[in-house]
Structures are given as structure tokens and as C-alpha cells.
Design a binder for this molecule. Structure first.
Ligand SMILES: C[S@@+](CC[C@H](N)C(=O)[O-])C[C@H]1O[C@@H](n2cnc3c(N)ncnc32)[C@H](O)[C@@H]1O
Length: 381
């Protein structure tokens, strides 16, 4: 098998878990970096990550990683690459650029245009054909990341980000990124035979991601296609074989005690639609219920409570403290020995309350969620 360098993007703060997942899926070594991971492997490995990862957003074939100072350097790095084995003359392409360092004297748009020009000129000199750019619906997309004086040039092998899950037919207004939900389940150390409750489930992202883990559902494979399948250097019989192999790992009838509840009947109605679209309605139960009065309706003790309370952006601090306090008291009455994993935007407030109520904090990690900083906290009595 021919090996290449790849990098995959993920949520900042989850890089180590994403690297671990890639290693578990492919048995190749993965290195965490900021907001991304790197690994060296064959096309088959990159396909497996695209099909089955729950924590990665996009996978890129790494074409260059070099130091640059000017736009001229950007051009030289991109021009040096041979694109003839990657692009068919009839295919269109686009370049997306991101600049993480304001010191550079040019914009990300300048960088995207420069890389685009370099690709056209490199292809023209090797194939004598002028490639076409299509910014709206390209066949191939290149990604140029400028971080400090480092330039990464990659070819997107995914298409729409993997966090856009196949089952999200109902979008809750405060829906959690599925990769974060999946990471919370991993962090909680939930095992497939243990009970799990999300008492503020919204559109049921956490229960669905648990069911996906339970059944080994490859989220990327459930969508129409991933971009890598369509690239000219990818062997189609290998793609068919691999799809079959990964599909055969799905444990379609596995069941466990996975429950989502929410005070809002509208959210539960939406959650039901998501659960059906995910095809896990035969293992995820949904209930309308108030998490501040769990003792009124919860008649079993889940091993794990994993949840994403309201961020409280519209609540003042006194209300948040009161909400968190009442929530933990309610757990104290209905499920005192459940292990807790939560994502909150006010970790200090939340951990103080947990400690006051005799919980031991097992782990805490900060993640960047869009522009919002949030922390995943695990605790138990
Ligand atoms: C941040 S959202 C959860 C989003 C969810 N993780 C998802 O991905 O869709 C918080 C949820 O808490 C629910 N909620 C607020 N107060 C509640 C209460 N007292 N009991 C149960 N649910 C409550 C809201 O209805 C909302 O759906």
C-alpha cells in the first residue's frame, strides 16, 4: 500500500481523543496538533476515517507543509506540486484559505487566489491544459492554512464536514456539535451495557451519538458519498470492498438503556424525528420530563447522566447558580450514584456546586465551540 501524509480537522480541545480514535480505527499512528491531527497512511486509512470517525470534521491529503514569509513564497510552494495525478483535466477546483496569524502582510483571500493561480500554472506546464475554477460547486477543493510562518496545503477528501450528521433532520436551536457529544460519551467511559440518561436532550444528539457508538454506525458512510471516493487516483473496487467491510461491522440490533428527556415537548418531537432518521428508535427512548424534578418520574438509576444544560446566555449568574443547584439536588434525590458528564460554559460555578454536594471531579477539559469556550466536566460521588 502506498503511504501519504494526511491531516484531519477536529474541535479544538478534542485533538488527543480524535488521534486516539483514528489509531483505533486504522492502526496507524496519529499525532495531535492544534485543531487537527496528522497521520501517515494509505488511501484506505483515509477512507476509513472519513466513513467511521465520530470526532473528525474533515480529512485532507497533505500536499505541502512549509515555512513562508510572503505571498511569493505561497505561490512557489503551491506551484512546485504536481497536480496531474490528482485532477482530471475536465474537473473544476476551488481553493479555500484560512489565516491564523494577523502578522502576515496579505489576506486569506490573497492566499486563496495565489494558490489557485499556482495550481493552474503548474497543471498547464505539465499537461498543457488550463484548469477551470468553480467556487460554488467544485469537483475538488484545496485548503491552504497559514499559521504563524507555516503553510499547510491540503486536498479536501471529505466534502461537507462530517459533523453534519445524516440524522439531523431537526435542528435544535442550541444543538450540540455531534463530535462534542460523541467525545463526552467517550470521556464518560460509558460502556455499552450501562444505562445512560440525557435529561436535557434537546434534539437528542447525545443519546443518538451513544447509539451510534453502541451499534458501530459509520456516520460518514451513511451519507451519499465522501469526496475521496470520486478522486481519480482512488481504486473503485477498493472503495466497494471497504464499504462492504465497514457496513458488515454495524451491530444493527444491539440495544442498551439509552434515554433522552427534555422539558420541552417541541424538542422531544424533534428528537423523535432525529432518532428515527438515525435508525436508532428501537434503542433510544424519549420522554418529556423536568430535570429539576427527576424524582417525580425517573424510576431507574442510570449509570451515567451525560448532558448539555442551557448555556444560560440569557440567564443572569444568580439564575444559573440556582438552576445548577436544583439540577444536582434533583439528581441527588433520584439517581445519587449516577456518574455525571456535562458541558458547561461556567465551569468554576459548576464544579463549586458539585464539590459542595460531595462529588469528586474526575476530569475537566476546555474546548472551543464556535467562538464559545466551554468545559466538559466528569464527576462522581
Ligand atoms: C443546550 S440545550 C440541549 C441541546 C442538545 N444537547 C442538542 O444537541 O440538541 C438545553 C436543553 O435543556 C432543556 N431544558 C431547560 N430546562 C429544563 C428543565 N428544567 N428540564 C428539562 N429540560 C430542560 C431545554 O429545553 C433545551 O432543550
Amino acid at each position: 500500500m502506498e503511504y501519504f501524509e494526511w491531516f484531519a480537522t477536529t474541535v479544538t480541545g478534542l485533538e488527543d481523543l480524535a488521534a486516539q480514535e483514528v489509531e483505533e480505527l486504522t492502526s496507524v499512528v496519529a499525532q495531535p496538533d492544534i485543531g487537527k491531527i496528522f497521520f501517515r497512511g494509505g488511501i484506505e486509512h483515509a477512507l476509513i476515517v472519513n466513513y467511521a470517525s465520530t470526532l473528525v470534521n474533515r480529512v485532507f491529503l497533505l500536499l505541502a507543509r512549509e515555512r513562508i514569509e510572503s505571498l511569493d513564497d505561497v505561490y512557489k510552494v503551491a506551484k512546485r506540486i504536481d497536480y496531474s495525478w490528482i485532477i482530471e483535466p475536465s474537473q473544476t477546483f476551488a481553493v479555500r484559505a484560512e489565516r491564523h496569524d494577523k502578522q502576515l502582510a496579505f489576506t486569506s483571500m490573497d492566499a486563496a487566489a495565489t494558490v489557485g493561480r499556482a495550481i493552474i500554472e503548474s497543471f498547464k506546464s505539465s499537461m498543457n491544459i488550463r484548469l477551470k475554477v468553480d467556487l460554488d460547486n467544485p469537483d475538488l477543493e484545496f485548503y491552504c492554512l497559514l499559521r504563524g510562518s507555516e503553510m499547510f496545503l491540503g486536498l479536501d477528501t471529505t466534502g461537507p464536514s462530517l459533523h453534519r450528521r445524516y440524522y439531523r433532520v431537526y435542528a435544535h436551536r442550541a444543538g450540540l456539535q455531534p463530535a462534542i457529544a460523541s467525545a463526552m460519551i467517550k470521556i464518560s467511559k460509558w460502556r455499552k451495557n450501562e444505562g445512560l440518561l440525557d435529561p436535557m436532550c434537546g434534539g437528542a444528539t447525545i443519546p443518538i451519538e451513544a447509539a451510534i457508538r453502541l451499534r458501530n454506525i459509520p456516520c460518514g458512510l451513511m451519507r451519499k458519498e465522501v469526496r475521496l471516493e470520486k478522486l481519480k487516483f482512488v481504486d473503485q473496487s477498493m472503495v466497494r470492498e471497504l464499504r462492504k467491510r465497514i457496513e458488515s461491522n454495524i451491530d444493527r440490533y444491539a440495544t442498551s438503556e439509552i434515554v433522552g428527556s427534555d422539558a420541552s415537548p417541541k424538542s422531544i418531537e424533534g428528537a423523535r424525528r432525529n432518532v428515527e432518521a438515525a435508525n436508532v428508535h428501537d434503542t433510544v427512548k424519549l420522554i418529556v420530563g423536568d430535570c429539576l424534578h427527576l424524582e417525580d418520574w425517573l424510576d431507574w438509576e442510570p449509570t451515567h447522566i451525560i448532558t448539555n444544560p442551557p448555556y444560560g446566555i440569557r440567564m443572569n449568574i444568580r439564575n444559573i447558580v440556582e438552576f445548577y443547584n436544583r439540577f444536582i439536588d434533583s439528581i441527588g434525590k433520584a439517581a445519587p450514584y449516577s456518574k455525571l458528564t456535562v458541558i458547561v460554559s461556567k465551569p468554576k460555578v459548576f464544579t463549586k456546586i458539585l464539590e459542595e454536594k460531595n462529588y469528586r471531579i474526575q476530569s475537566m477539559r476546555e474546548i472551543l465551540y464556535g467562538r464559545l469556550r466551554a468545559s466538559i466536566i466528569s464527576a462522581e460521588k
